[in-house]
Design a protein around this ligand. Structure first.
Ligand code: FES
Ligand SMILES: [Fe+2]
Length: 396
């Protein structure tokens, strides 16, 4: 259900040879999971929240594996991110998932060292004197890379990272250019925990072989998905159907449907800046593996982000964005698009959990990718490259 990679416009997309999956131990072995957290997650751009969610002195904390990060908006309005750890003896500084600082200082709850929110500088200790050799200037908070892209706040534990949408998304997110992301308002948040590895989530997201069985409501709305494919070119005889204006072959929603909602209606609130192509496509995705994707629909946008809680557990979060005038319209019921997406996400969650459980079978070392799973091949190669880049042991 993705378009993480632009399909070749003229050729058959699918895999021509049977490809082995990643070793299944990689989906549950704690030591391997720790390697992936270090090699992949602690070098990736993590979606935190919408910039508009933080007023001056508001903060959020995010745990990326073992690493705790505090993200705040300083009194001057600039977003900052630091390791959420005191330079004295290491206590956590901000203890809540979100809150507001009482002043322009981050004050350690243990012995009350205080740091300037706007640059992390150590402002004061609570000792009677500062001993010889104590270098206050060298004891500021450790910064974390932060970027604000189209109203989305992102952090990266790699201090040298610079966010580049051309490379940090799987392909440049030009397809979202007509969606007024910066100006949209968040209308709803949703969270869930899924008992699966983070790679299991993305692999499920990147194929539609499962769609007819798992998503009966979705394949009714997007008829091409009933053919178990994500792009018209995913079958070898696609040129024979290229001229057909039938959504089962060209993609997009069924005739008469307007958006991904329980009643398929945009309720008269199609986003005014979208083009006929955007509307015909029906769904527009941009993914930034491994942490989040943005899904644009004719009347709303959904941002979905995940965070591993362990080798076999993740937290999945979604938020729904609407043009302000849509959300303010009392005749527009956002619950219809929310309910449809939650239905699909919960169906996927159950499939992922079944997948995860089966990968423990002792004789089952790895699986095989079928032709339609070509994006999984790219994803698995992407994982391999990142592990190789840091010389992570234990993989082949
Ligand atoms: S650990 Fe923070 S002031 Fe002591
Ligand atoms: Fe699915």
């Amino acid at each position: 259900m993705t378009d993480d990679h632009a399909p070749d416009p003229v050729s058959y997309n699918a895999l021509k040879t049977a490809e082995p999956t990643l070793p299944f131990a990689w989906y549950h072995d704690p030591a391997h999971h720790a390697r992936e957290m270090a090699a992949i997650w602690q070098r990736a751009w993590i979606y935190v929240c919408r910039a508009g969610a933080l007023e001056p002195l508001d903060y959020r904390t995010v745990k990326i594996g073992s690493q705790n990060v505090v993200i705040l908006r300083d009194a001057g309005g600039t977003m900052r991110a630091y390791h959420n750890a005191c330079r004295h003896r290491g206590s956590i500084l901000c203890t809540k998932a979100n809150g507001r600082l009482g002043s322009r200082l981050l004050v350690c709850p243990y012995h009350q060292w205080s740091y300037a929110a706007d640059n992390g500088r150590l402002v004061a200790t609570t000792s009677f004197t500062e001993p010889d050799g104590f270098d206050r200037a060298a004891l500021g908070l450790f910064p974390v890379a932060l970027a604000v892209w189209r109203g989305c706040v992102l952090v990266n534990l790699d201090p040298d990272a610079a966010f580049d949408p051309a490379t940090d998304f799987q392909r440049p997110p030009d397809n979202l250019v007509h969606f007024p992301l910066e100006d949209m308002v968040t209308g709803h948040h949703w969270h869930s925990e899924i008992a699966c590895n983070w790679k299991t989530f993305w692999e499920n997201f990147n194929e539609c072989l499962h769609c007819p069985n798992v998503h009966p409501e979705l394949v009714q709305l997007v008829p091409m998905f009933s053919r178990r494919i994500i792009h018209p070119h995913d079958v070898p005889d696609w040129p024979d159907h290229a001229a057909r204006d039938d959504p089962k072959y060209r993609g997009g929603m069924k005739t008469g449907a307007q958006t991904w909602a329980t009643d398929h209606s945009a309720q008269g609130r199609v986003i005014s800046t979208l083009t006929p192509d955007d509307l015909a496509r029906g769904h527009t995705y941009a993914s930034a593996w491994p942490t989040f994707f943005i899904a644009g629909y004719p009347d709303h946008v959904r941002i979905v982000h995940l965070m591993p809680l362990g080798p076999e557990r993740l937290r999945l979060s979604a938020e729904w964005l609407f043009p302000a005038e849509t959300f303010a319209d009392p005749s527009y019921d956002p619950q219809k698009v929310i309910d449809f997406a939650v239905l699909v996400m919960e169906q996927d969650a159950r499939a992922c959990e079944l997948n995860q459980q089966g990968m423990h079978a002792a004789p089952l070392m790895q699986g095989v990718l079928m032709p339609e799973e070509y994006v999984l091949k790219r994803f698995q190669d992407w994982v391999r490259v990142r592990l190789d880049a840091v010389g992570a042991p234990g993989h082949d």
